[in-house]
Design a protein around this ligand. Structure first.
Ligand code: IPE
Ligand code: IPE
Ligand code: MG
Length: 246
C-alpha cells in the first residue's frame, strides 16, 4: 500500500504529537542493552522530523523525556542526557536545512546544564525558521504544567493583573508551556501501550488517538503516512452530529 499517495495535503493535521515508546524493548529483543534502543530511536526521530517538514506539517511535538523518567536507573538517565546533547549538536544542520524551528517544553530547569545550554543554543540558532515548529518535551509532565499555570495565574490574580472572571480557556492556554502551539490534532503512540503517560492532557482534549504496536526505533515513514491517512478518514465531530458536519 502506498499510503503517501492517499494523503490529502490540504487536510494535514496542524499539530502531530508522538509518544515515542519502545526503545528498551526493541533493544532487549535483540539481546542488547536499552541504550542501544535509545540510540536507534534517534534515527527514527530524524526521519520523522524530516518527513513531517517535507509533507507540510506545521507543528510536531515529541515526548522525549517525562518527569517520571527521572526515576529510571541513573545510568539510563545519563545515557539519555548524553544522547540528547550529541543529537542536538548533530542535528542542528538538519533543522537549518529544513527550515525547522526548535522549541522545548517541560521543567527545563531540571535538565543538566550541558543539556540546557545546548538546547538554548539550538533554539536561538533556529528561531527565525518557519517551515515547522519541532517541540521537544523534556522533563515534561502535564500535571506539572497545569499546576505551574495555576500558580502563575493565581499570582496575577493576587496582584490584580487579572480578575478571576476574566480567566477563560485562552488564559489557561497562555500559561501552559505550549502557549503558542495549536491544540494537538493527532496523537500517535508506538509500542502497543494505550495510555497517555502524563503527556499534553489539556492539549489533546479533542485529538484523534492512534496507537500502534511498532516499537519506536522501527517507526517508518510508511507508518507515519498510514497514521495521517487514518486521521484523515475519521470524522471529527466536536460534539456535533454527522449531518451538521457534512
Ligand atoms: C521510550 O522508550 C524512550 C523514553 C521513555 C525515554 P522506553 O525506554 O520507554 O522503552 P520501553 O518502553 O522500556 O520498551
Ligand atoms: C512515556 O514513555 C514517556 C516518553 C516516551 C518520553 P514511558 O515508557 O516512560 O511511559 P510508561 O511509564 O510506560 O507509561
Ligand atoms: Mg516505555
Amino acid at each position: 500500500m502506498d499510503y503517501k499517495a492517499q494523503i490529502h495535503i490540504d487536510q494535514l493535521p496542524k499539530h502531530i504529537a508522538i509518544i515515542m515508546d519502545g526503545n528498551g524493548r526493541w533493544a532487549k529483543k535483540q539481546g542488547k542493552l536499552r541504550a542501544f534502543g535509545h540510540k536507534n530511536g534517534t534515527k527514527a526521530v530524524k526521519q520523522t522530523v524530516e518527513t513531517c517538514a517535507e509533507l507540510g506539517v506545521k507543528n510536531l511535538t515529541l515526548y522525549a523525556f517525562s518527569t517520571e523518567n527521572w526515576n529510571r536507573p541513573k545510568l539510563e538517565v545519563q545515557t539519555l542526557m548524553k544522547l540528547l546533547i550529541s543529537s542536538l549538536k548533530k542535528e542542528i544542520k538538519t533543522l537549518q536545512e529544513n527550515n525547522i524551528r526548535l522549541n522545548a517544553i517541560g521543567n527545563l530547569d531540571d535538565l543538566p546544564t550541558k543539556v540546557s545550554d545546548e538546547l538554548n543554543d539550538v533554539i536561538a540558532l533556529t528561531k527565525s525558521n518557519n517551515r515547522m515548529v519541532l517541540t521537544l518535551a523534556l522533563s515534561y509532565g502535564s500535571r506539572n504544567e497545569i499546576l505551574n499555570a495555576v500558580k502563575q495565574i493565581s499570582i496575577k490574580v493576587k496582584n490584580n493583573i487579572i480578575s478571576p472572571e476574566k480567566i477563560d480557556e485562552s488564559v489557561i492556554n497562555e500559561h501552559l508551556y505550549t502557549q503558542n502551539l495549536p491544540d494537538v490534532d493527532l496523537l500517535i503512540r508506538t509500542s502497543g501501550e494505550q495510555r497517555i503517560s502524563n503527556f499534553l492532557l489539556w492539549q489533546i482534549a479533542y485529538a484523534e488517538l492512534y496507537f500502534i504496536e511498532t516499537l519506536w526505533p522501527d517507526f517508518t515513514n510508511q507508518e507515519l503516512y498510514k497514521a495521517i491517512v487514518s486521521y484523515q478518514n475519521r470524522e471529527r465531530r466536536f460534539g456535533k452530529t454527522s449531518e451538521q458536519i457534512r
